[in-house]
Unconditional design. Structure first.
Length: 367
């Protein structure tokens, strides 16, 4: 038997939300590995006081007809210190590939609020069934990682990037298709952070700036390589172009060579760790804005084109930019994929992109 990562999501510092812990949270996850034991890692990474878990339970049904309580050091009431994470004890529980598992969590702390949070707009792999706050129905706290004790040896695919990755639209569709095609053969993790840049930490007038996180090159080892992925799907660098001059100092716009150096750095880390690096070209964002300021410029477009040209020289590169660009103006996102802000993918767009990536990967990487 082996301990296998079933799922992982990187959390951020959402001090601007500060959600109340006054109600129970219920989430659903799709498993792709069969096993007979499970444990979860609870995060209080950005908390200033201990997070006290008063209930953490698991079920095969959303009604919790069968309920199994987690413990830490044998205690079902336990605490996660400020700024830290903890794995629970192993819990005997039969898990089946391509079946959902449900978690119920109740907690408290000194201020009775939480800002160590994750966010998912897609609900294929993870779904927030009962949120802490109905005004923020896609935000959740608590479970950062899930491990299963299993006789299977699945590959781990890590998604790394910014909001295009973290929102879950294309990653959810791709993961769902891969799980259906390869039960017990593959698991995934989402290391996307909304607003994240490859070369610099968050530095914006936006109220969300704290949640943008460390620079991608600074967090890649601990957020991704610490989980020993077999494959990394890398889609990062758009925010390095999008933010400067539109809420972030314009002098923070990187040169083509600086961005290429960042990509090379991550590629070399993957090679040293023995995982396959699959870089994805940067999708277009002409017409987008931030804080009412245009985020696109001809200069930024030239950098994007140069970066994409470089990415296409790398092994296992995926030309997402070509698939997502407008047929007349390659600097524009296709209308049928656009969420409306000319930067992010819509739900339907994400499904279309996920299907495209599935076809590409099953013809190349997952033959």
């Amino acid at each position: 038997m082996a301990q296998v990562l079933l799922w992982k999501q990187i959390f951020s510092d959402y001090h601007n939300l500060d959600l109340s812990l006054s109600r129970k949270q219920v989430t659903r996850y799709l498993s792709n590995v069969s096993g007979n034991k499970i444990r979860v890692k609870i995060t209080n990474k950005y908390g200033r006081t201990p997070l006290i878990l008063t209930n953490l339970s698991l079920s095969t049904t959303k009604q919790f007809h069968d309920s199994y309580a987690f413990s830490l050091h044998g205690e079902q009431l336990f605490s996660i210190p400020a700024g830290e994470t903890r794995w629970t004890d192993w819990l005997s529980f039969d898990i089946l590939a391509n079946h959902p598992i449900y978690f119920s969590i109740e907690a408290k702390n000194k201020q009775n609020s939480i800002f160590t949070l994750a966010n998912t707009l897609d609900n294929q792999i993870i779904e927030v069934l009962q949120p802490l706050n109905d005004d923020y129905p896609t935000f959740y706290y608590g479970i950062e990682s899930i491990e299963v004790d299993t006789s299977q040896s699945p590959k781990l695919l890590a998604f790394f990037g910014d909001s295009l990755t973290s929102q879950g639209y294309f990653t959810g569709e791709l993961t769902q298709r891969l799980y259906q095609a390869f039960p017990n053969k593959l698991t995934t993790m989402n290391a996307g952070i909304s607003g994240n840049r490859l070369l610099r930490k968050g530095n914006s007038i936006s109220e969300w700036s704290n949640s943008f996180g460390e620079a991608g090159i600074a967090r890649f080892k601990k957020d991704v390589l610490s989980s020993s992925p077999d494959i990394v799907l890398f889609l990062a660098g758009i925010n390095d172009l999008f933010h400067p001059g539109a809420g972030t100092p314009s002098q923070e716009l990187p040169s083509t060579n600086e961005l290429i150096s960042g990509i090379k750095f991550v590629q070399e880390l993957c090679e040293e760790s023995g995982c396959l690096f699959c870089p994805v070209t940067l999708s277009p964002f002409k017409g987008s804005s931030n804080h009412g300021i245009a985020s696109w410029s001809p200069e930024k477009e030239r950098i994007r084109e140069d970066i994409n040209h470089y990415i296409l020289t790398l092994p296992h590169a995926i030309h997402l930019a070509e698939f997502t660009c407008d047929e007349v103006d390659s600097a524009l996102l296709k209308e049928c994929l656009d969420s409306g802000d000319h930067l992010h993918f819509s739900s339907l767009g994400g499904k279309t992109i996920g299907a495209y990536l599935f076809t590409f990967l099953t013809k190349t990487i997952f033959q």
